[in-house]
Design a binder for this molecule. Sequence first.
Ligand SMILES: [Zn+2]
Length: 451
Amino acid sequence: MSVFLSACLLLGGIPHPASAAGHYMEGEEDVSLAPKEVEAGSRQESFGSDGNLIVTLDPGHGGEDSGASYEWDGLTVDEKDLNLKIALACKRELEQYDGVTVYLTREDDTALALSDRVVYADSVQSDLMVSLHNNVQADEDDPSPTAIGALVILPNGNYRPELLPVSEKVAGNILDNLSELGIINNGYLQRDSTSKSYPDGSAADYYSIVRNATLKNIPSMIVEHAFLSNYDDYINFLSTDDKLEALGVADAQAIAKAYGLKLTSHSAAAVGDAPFTDVYLEDYYYDPVVWAFENGITSGTSSTTFSPANACNRAQIVSFLWSAAGKPEPESQQTAFTDVAADAWYETAVRWAVENQITAGTSETTFSPNAACTRAQCAVFLWKAAGAPQPGEDAPTFADVAPSDYCYTAVRWAAEQGITAGTGQDTFSPDQICSRAEIVTFLYRAFASPA
Ligand SMILES: [Zn+2]
């Protein structure tokens, strides 16, 4: 779902990207490029319609401009590095498709002026320019400020308004895919310059990338994936190369969907027995996904995708558990939950889970089917599905799971059973969102009979 939020609405809850300390470069550049003449029938008039899409990805910042910077656990995290990893992953993923050529404005730690990025995109005849960023909120009194989630900056549509629907379609897909990963969707942002005009006299865009791309007749956007100043966003989506890869893949799949690109037959053949184009032999969750597919526990998120990095939500985990139990018919006829429709695909699974005391819902009347599960919640679901057994005295413990935590017994049991080994030497990361890959791996270890 995509919603247009006006700049003033956003300013209420979310700091403007340009107003946050360390993140000034997105907007603050005075250069406006000469508008490109567009002739009838030219590539610029018919972007993407010649059968080959040209996409320029722009990893924000670089060189001396590190973009947003934030310190976590004594480690300084620079936005420029995150942006580059996301862009490289996005390029790799997009190149799995036919009919697309991908360029990067920078492939290493190079400084580049904002307008030069658009000059480059224009020089390679781009059909689309996507600038990749991450956000920060500065608050001296709070080490983990509350601003959280993704937003996309779009052109204001005043000049060459025909470009806006193209940007909007891609941006909507990107926000959808990022929210599938568990990132909060803050919608779109458009901002007029108070001092600059387009050649037709209308207010120009405030942000240099979208202003100059519009002048060069290129649909564009600036994607702010997450807030590196918020601990939840950082730990869930930005803290490892795998997580950054997932963001780049999400962006690439969104672009591919917007233009109807098809995967090349080569990449489809690389996946072995799994029917999914996004699960590879070398993935740690390859065997679990094949097992889950062959046993009817999952049919994927489409006929060709499993979406391993997507967040596992409550509807999905209950359905996984019910399927792994052999899909027994529940005795009750209905649930007490107002947010579980009688014809929802997970309705029978929820009735079964309630009957078997695997869940009591999130309140007496709600189940919250679309809420993302944390690793702690997944462990508790699995433990209850197994009959809430008591772990042995020697069962492992983790430094980040205290005896008073609701998940303590469940996590120890899961570790004792070899269902999880934790996330680090002594950590379980209970509050991290559980991905579909992780939950299927947990299920495989809990339910698959040993070979
Ligand atoms: Zn940035």
